[in-house]
Design a protein around this ligand. Structure first.
Ligand SMILES: Cc1ncc(C[n+]2csc(CCOP(=O)(O)OP(=O)(O)O)c2C)c(N)n1
Ligand code: SF4
Ligand SMILES: [Mg+2]
Length: 289
């Protein structure tokens, strides 16, 4: 074999080596056994978040570039299943924990996970202020319309008439509409998706590109205490064709289409990005000026 042919013969071996390096699997999941009820929609959220994180890591980020914070509840078990540093915080205190981390280490990409009880009852005051502050953090609310871990008491988004052991004569109040609340409070990114892994991953990708506070509500029926009574079939996606996400008034109108008060004939549930304001100053940047 002459010199040139020898060189050529070596080339494929090099190529195999490189492709081997690229194929190394990224895994953001722990070995902790999953204790959600079999079929719980939280599994879809976990799958979507994992895919998002794994793709981020494949494209150059490290696990340590991220941090996660959870509240307390069924949703909060996600903290045990993700191999990402962070804090399993207190019920209702996800946002102040996230804000503290962000102020101390602004370069961290912080994802927070809260339940509807966590976010809209115990943690409500933090939510309104975070919309105003606009810290560059991403907040996911697993909305199953009940305090699921403590076995099904109504939350501020449970429908009127809902009966459980603590409320035998039924809920008397109408539910609040968190999307409208966030729009009114000045949140710069307001979205809602269904607990479907692709939707969760997709909205996280958009939120990740957004510089500021991202409020993401995930409709996550609790198959034990608040099952899907037709939610998924009633959803439709907001797109550039049917909605202008820069228009706050249009966002309010879209938010009004679903009032969280159960599924009624003709009800449609818009999903996707309701509103995005890319020009709102970011809290931690303003504080450093
Ligand atoms: C300050 C405080 N209040 C109440 C509780 C009890 N508690 C623990 S989990 C939970 C329900 C959580 O409901 P939600 O936030 O909707 O999460 P889910 O279980 O539905 O995912 C409650 C009331 C607590 N741990 N701390
Ligand atoms: S009680 Fe509901 S939210 Fe909690 S694990 Fe079971 S199905 Fe999921
Ligand atoms: Mg809940």
């Amino acid at each position: 074999m002459n010199k040139k042919t020898k060189k050529q013969a070596k080339k494929p071996a090099k190529a195999v080596k490189q492709s081997k390096v690229k194929a190394i699997a990224v895994n953001v999941r722990t070995q902790t056994p999953i204790t959600w009820c079999p079929g719980c929609f939280n599994n879809q959220i976990l799958a979507g978040v994992s895919k998002f994180l794994e793709e981020q890591i494949k494209s150059g980020k490290k696990k340590e570039d991220f941090a996660i914070v959870s509240g307390i509840g069924c949703h909060a078990k996600i903290f045990d299943y993700l191999d990402i540093p962070g804090l399993n915080s207190l019920h209702g205190r996800v946002l102040p924990a996230m804000l503290g981390m962000k102020i101390a280490k602004p370069e961290l990409n912080i994802l927070g996970f809260a339940g509807d009880g966590d976010a809209y009852a115990e943690g409500m005051e933090h939510l309104i202020h975070m919309a105003r502050y606009n810290s560059n953090i991403k907040y996911l609310v697993h909305n199953n319309q009940v305090f699921a871990l403590t076995i099904a008491e109504p939350t501020p988004v449970t429908e009127k008439g809902y009966v459980d052991k603590t409320t035998p004569r039924g809920v008397k109040l109408a539910p609040m509409n968190p999307i409208k609340l966030m729009l009114a409070a000045g949140a710069s990114f307001v979205a809602r998706v269904f607990a479907d892994s692709e939707q969760v991953k997709g909205v996280l990708e958009e939120a990740n590109k957004h510089k500021g506070f991202a409020f993401i509500e995930i409709i996550q029926p609790c198959i034990i205490f608040h099952p899907d009574t037709g939610y998924k079939q009633r959803t439709y996606m907001l797109t550039e064709k049917n909605h202008n996400k820069a228009d706050l008034k249009a966002a309010m109108e879209k938010a009004d289409e679903f009032d969280y008060n159960g599924i009624k004939a003709g009800t449609k549930i818009p999903l996707g990005i309701f509103y995005q304001n890319e020009n709102k100053p970011v809290f931690e940047e303003e504080m450093r000026k």
